[in-house]
Ligand binder design. Sequence first.
Ligand SMILES: [Zn+2]
Length: 594
Amino acid sequence: MQLTRRSFVKGAAALAATPPLSAFAGMTPREPLRQFEYTDVQLTGGPFAEQYEALQAHYLALSNDRLLKVYRQRAGLPAAGKDMGGWYDLDGFVPGHTLGQYISGLARFGASGGDAACHEKVGELVEGFAATLGPDNQSILRPKTNLWICYTLDKHFAGLIDAATLSNVAGAKDLLSRVLAGSQALLPAVGRDRIGKKDPPYDETFVMPENLFIAGKMTGNTAFDELARRYLLDREFFDPLARGGDPLPGQHAYSHAIALSSAAQAWLTLGDAKYKQAMQQAFTLLTTQQQFASGGWGPNETFIAPHKGQLYDSLSSTVDHFETPCGAYAATKLARSLIRFTDAPKDTQHADNLERVLFNTILAVKPPDSDGDYPYYSTYSPAAQKTYYSKKWPCCSGTLAQTVADYPLNLYFHAVDGLYVNLYTPSRLHFTHAGTAVELRQETRYPAEDSTTLIINPASAAAFTIYLRIPFWLARPATIRLNGRELRTLAMRGTYAAIHRRWHSGDRIEVVLPQSFRTEAIDDLHPDVVALMRGPVQYVALNPAEQQDRLALPAGLKQIAAQSFVENYGGRQIVFVPLYHVQNESYTTYFSKA
Ligand SMILES: [Zn+2]
């Protein structure tokens, strides 16, 4: 491994200055299901790996000089390279805001995928960032010139945390305290809910506690912890949620959904059960009242008032249905946190929704171009198209890197008594269970096919339980075979099927999850306006006619390929494919059942 920045980047083999985050949590009463480290899991094929590899290459190719230009300009340093444009420049909406997220995403890609170039770029960007701090540790944030202090600072911290823990960038941990010290005079004394654009300063104190708590644990600097507690959105959000209330309607969707990641860290750090209760209540509200069939929510970035047909109304009143990379980041983190916090889960609600969001929102985004054009809103109106955001380098350019780099975390979870298999996609896992090293490989073409195969290779025979997610959407029973023999294991839909045994090297589990079409209504007032689902995947009609009426729900779909179906509409053949296969075609997501 050739690394040019020895002072900042230490090789993966070198001693890490910072213990991994797992040293702070995992298989404890607060987190009975441990999330694996990035280094434990690799994607080895399939649709998620394809997007993962393309985006890793995309973020690796960004110009360091351009990314650092606005930081150097603010610091009065020579600043080479072209302006970035859009939100990112000196006169942009939030100058330099996403740098920390690009650093974070690259560190996560490097940790799972093992590409040294990711860690090297992380080191170079952190070094470049550090060089702009100056004697007062001011970073890019300046009074009166940047209204988004907390918002930007949170991303700085995320990048530095991941640079320190995943890329072993030696200087990154110390930079956390320096950056906090340099911005302290700009930070609000008290936390507050989001305030509208017309009433500045508009900022988001309440997105910060997650990274503040983590930075506090890494550095031992109590200033982080104090600020984290001060900025928890208790009164306006977590308290009413924990009491079973609904504070969502009218709120800005993404910032409040990502605030639930701060509730997760508050639960892990403070141990107050109200944070876990708030997360579960928010999950219930999101999945039963707020979300489209894709798993997206928040038309025009705003949570709707339930039971008023507002999701249906939004199909014709806007094309901005779901702020996808940001919203998917929040939704996947929420689901993973709830999986981690649920001891011996009795149902698969969190994991099923995680799968829904992954396949139909983040996997379905238009790939970014190479000059700042990124996906932002998903559109669910009739004759929709996938488009880029109107401004370059938006918020979603940062969360796109993080959400996709986090794919390996969604697959498997580790419990005291065994392993939970949550997502069916080609992959490799290495873990140690009760002292025995275990390798698990998953081979599958799911969801193009119904089956998946797990091959278990413990270093020596080892007894533990493998829990397989049996999704809620199954219309016919799952079948499970062990080394070719069908098991009579209870495999009820919406539960985990448990296989306990002494595992030997080469043991094979084959799971068949029969997928079939079903419909899901847009909301409770419009039961006849439905999305078409097949297993976890939302199917859409390609190039629907420019007709005024909503396309009728297909009644006689004929399969023409693994994931392509055709319906005859009075002599006109219309093709149905997964939303995540759509590229430049127009498409329709909701159909009329009546
Ligand atoms: Zn966004």
